[in-house]
Write a protein that binds this ligand. Sequence first.
Ligand code: NDP
Length: 502
Amino acid sequence: MAKTKTRTTAKVSRNGQVKTPRLNFGDKWDYSPAPESTKIVKIDDQYGHFIGGKFVAPAEGKYFDTINPATEKTLAKVAHGTQKDVDKAVKAARKAYEKYWAPMSPKDRGKYLYRIARMIQEMSREFAVLESMDGGKPIKESRDVDVPLVAQHFFYHAGWADKLDYAFPGRRARPLGVAGQIIPWNFPLLMASWKIAPALACGNTVVLKPAETTPLTVLLLAKLIQEADLPPGVVNIVTGDGEAGAALSSHPGIDKIAFTGSTEVGKMIQRSAKTRHITLELGGKAPNIIFEDAPLDQAVEGIINAIYFNQGHVCCAGSRLLVQESVHDEVVKKLEHRIQTLRVGDPLDKNTDVGAINSKVQLNRIRHLVKAGKDEGAQFHTSRCKLPEKGFFYRPSYFTGVAQSHTIAQEEIFGPVLAIMTFRTPAEAVTKANNTCYGLSAGIWTDKGSKIFKTLGDMKAGVVWANTFNKFDPASPFGGYKESGYGREGGRQGLASYLEVV
Ligand code: NDP
């Protein structure tokens, strides 16, 4: 770190209270680069599908490139899945279900899950580096958030494997059979664990399709599963694009579909599914409400975590900020100051706060929606940071003067762009918060516990955080209302989605 001279300024607010001193970073110092080594990661030139416990070539012999979005360099070639590959994987999963997994004692199933969890912990650094390389997220997030949560999910569900009778007292729980699982690119390994761990704990076998842009950590998980000696076919991975996803979700041999992704694709899946057991975890446009009595400095950190975490590629991101009018200017001033300190760049640098946008397509989508925001009259503000010359990057940004009718107040931008609106009364905050086709998550910032309980009770959102944001726990059910989908993942409710409870 060079030249570490900083200055603090203390001010007295309107009500006579001394405000928290502000760190004035100015241009006096900067961080030196601290890149994480990639030596720990071994990437093959080419990957097949993982079917029946083996890596196999795609039926039609086609492969596609997966790239590092921060450098635009190709990392590996990955099998392009088609209907034939999906058929093969579903067949392998069915065989494994009948021959190994369903007849196995729940206690033994649990042992396999514990083994996988421990191996994930042992390989955590390799998983974290590979996740940042293939997906663009900062290493401090993949290392400190994604991978620990992945291990937690396997540990948590390993514990449930032989206790399902206690989860639903007085009733009998039976596995559904073969689960088809389709996951997005924003939390590749974490979403794989959210899907695979409960399915296996409940006695199902799986066929999982990762997103086209982020298959590598899921393929590394397949290698780990092979090493863990899981019976062949219990977990199958078919890589590919929407074609493979559609083949899987409409397959007649599937007993359960679990999907995380866009509302548009979720609707298509619902129409084509051949099973009634479906869970859809779709988009969101979460309100993050700041009342005037909130601790504002903490609330501003909450805003940063809510919208700039993982470049804003978060279905439950707090992308609509609702600030009480009396503190709007102060919050915006603090936010403006804070975003200038966010370090944007190399995802593998341990100091990076905001990494690369996952793909060129997503970067263009963000730009398109930002243009709509400007054209419709909202005021655009952005960080002044320098961006790397190569790769897909977007500066942390926010809009003020946003109206409820603006596109950026209604559509999921899925990038580091916040829409700020105001309210005067708690009732107005709730009305505005619920004025969306989504209902996945929400945040409330206030000093008053009673206000938290009153507000969250009035909100139509699956998860509501109070004086925090984007906190996840495998024991806590996650899922949405309205166009954010249905069904829950995590907790006892998540287990129920993989069982026939009679
Ligand atoms: P998608 O919904 O297209 O992708 C999610 C998964 O579904 C991917 O594995 C994808 O494969 C697969 N898929 C695509 N088409 C089909 C289909 N017809 N049938 C079955 N599966 C399919 O999201 P996008 O990647 O296109 O992102 C678009 C927008 O969706 C984003 O800008 C964001 O707003 C939102 N989104 C929301 C997410 C959430 O967690 N709620 C996650 C990701 C995106 P492939 O990647 O290979 O195309």
